[in-house]
Ligand binder design. Structure first.
Ligand code: NAP
Ligand code: GDD
Length: 342
């Protein structure tokens, strides 16, 4: 019988790539969708035809229990979150509820549906395996570079704090109940399906608009921040590998290379044959109340234990996104107001 996976955050970037990856591995894939008339659900129906949908919301404990009872998953991937860092200052309580407490509700749904009592169970056979989407934002004001699984956390946003709660809770359920519950500490990963609000996609869409004569400038915030950017399609492979391991352990996933936003911008404009300095406008209002200046992964453990390596380089990723957005905008209306899916 096919293994069953339940994915929260199926309408997001990672949900789509993970669903495709698991379907290709022969899984029966279920996606949790929320809301009465969520416009992104039609994207899933169109692009991920073989994914089955189940209703539920990370804010609603009962709905998660019902979803787990209905699907009977072998694996649960908790990707649902408020994931845009600036929004977490504007709606800090909601971020805590969805991105933080949502992890508790999902773990409780699994625990209750699996009949796991308060005593620790050593036998993990037949258990539902749980993946939590932790984030390099937890490192925040970094204590060392590169960051690995032992680097202390110092989150710099309500989002980072909520992720740290979910991370420690996942570890706690593993230690308290013997659950196969793990976190992937993923560094920034991008693709043509990235939300238009994130900097890589904002830049690739901006370059495409300028290239096609649809815009004359691109306004950006802090150009000096550095990130370890990889390709989302590579990172979902790591999520799956973590749940196939013999022992439940947390892993850092990233490329081990860091670039500034300025370098990202330069690479994207160069890919389109343009000079970035002619178009980019620095906008102080886009700076954050507290910035994460530098992120760079040390993915040695994932390479050694999981055999995971990123396939797509930074330069290939940037060129892929610029080309995809140029094709997208040349073919039809600007998607920035609606979906950012290709
Ligand atoms: P994304 O595109 O922003 O997707 C977020 C997903 O969360 C959407 O499907 C959204 O669904 C769902 N969601 C929001 N509120 C929800 C709720 N109350 N109940 C259930 N689902 C809800 O994020 P992503 O880039 O794919 O990232 C996936 C996960 O990895 C997130 O947890 C993110 O924080 C984490 N992460 C991402 C990165 C990265 O660089 N991409 C790095 C580290 C960690 P709706 O359509 O219903 O809004
Ligand atoms: N979004 C955005 N827009 N960011 C900008 C801009 C702009 O106009 N100008 C400069 N930046 C800088 C931000 O200040 C930040 O330092 C960097 O670009 C990256 O911003 P985002 O792309 O919004 O991503 P993020 O690093 O804050 O968060 C993403 O990665 C995390 C993992 O480290 C998100 O995907 C999080 O959900 C994820 O956990």
């Amino acid at each position: 019988m096919a293994r069953r996976a339940l994915i929260t955050g199926i309408t997001g970037q990672d949900g789509s790539y993970l669903a495709e990856h698991l379907l290709a591995q022969g899984y029966e894939v279920w996606g949790l969708v929320r809301g009465q008339a969520n416009p992104r659900v039609s994207n899933v129906r169109e692009l991920l035809r073989d994914v089955r949908l189940v209703r539920g919301d990370l804010l609603d404990q009962g709905s998660l229990i019902s979803a787990v009872e209905k699907v009977h998953p072998d694996e649960v991937y908790n990707l649902g979150a408020i994931s845009f860092v600036p929004m977490s200052w504007e709606q800090a309580e909601l971020t805590a509820e969805v991105t933080g407490m949502g992890v508790l509700r999902m773990l409780e749904a699994i625990r209750v549906c699996s009949g796991i009592s308060s005593s620790r169970t050593a036998d993990r056979s037949g258990q539902i395996r749980f993946y939590q989407a932790s984030s390099s934002e937890m490192f925040g004001q970094v204590r060392e570079t590169p960051q690995n699984e032992r680097t202390p956390f110092h989150p710099r946003s309500p989002y980072g704090v909520a992720k740290a709660y979910g991370h420690f809770l996942t570890q706690n359920y593993r230690e308290s109940y013997g659950m196969f519950a793990v976190s992937g500490i993923l560094f920034n990963h991008e693709s043509p399906r990235r939300g238009a609000e994130f900097v890589t996609r904002k830049v690739s869409l901006g370059v495409a608009r300028i290239r096609l004569g649809l815009a004359g400038e691109l306004r950006l915030g802090n150009l000096e921040a550095r990130r370890d950017w990889g390709y989302a399609g590579d990172y979902v492979r790591a999520m799956h590998l973590m749940l196939q391991a013999d022992a439940p352990e947390d892993y850092v996933i990233g490329t081990g290379r860091t670039h500034s936003v300025r370098e990202l911008v330069e690479a994207a404009f160069t890919a389109a044959g343009l000079n970035w300095e002619d178009y980019v406008v620095a906008d102080q209002s886009l700076h954050r109340p507290a910035e994460v200046d530098l992120l760079c992964a040390d993915p040695k453990k994932a390479r050694a234990n999981l055999g995971w390596d990123p396939g797509v380089s930074f330069e290939e990723l940037v060129a892929m996104m610029v080309e995809a957005d140029t094709r997208l905008l040349a073919a039809g209306p600007d998607p920035a107001q609606a979906t950012s899916w290709p």
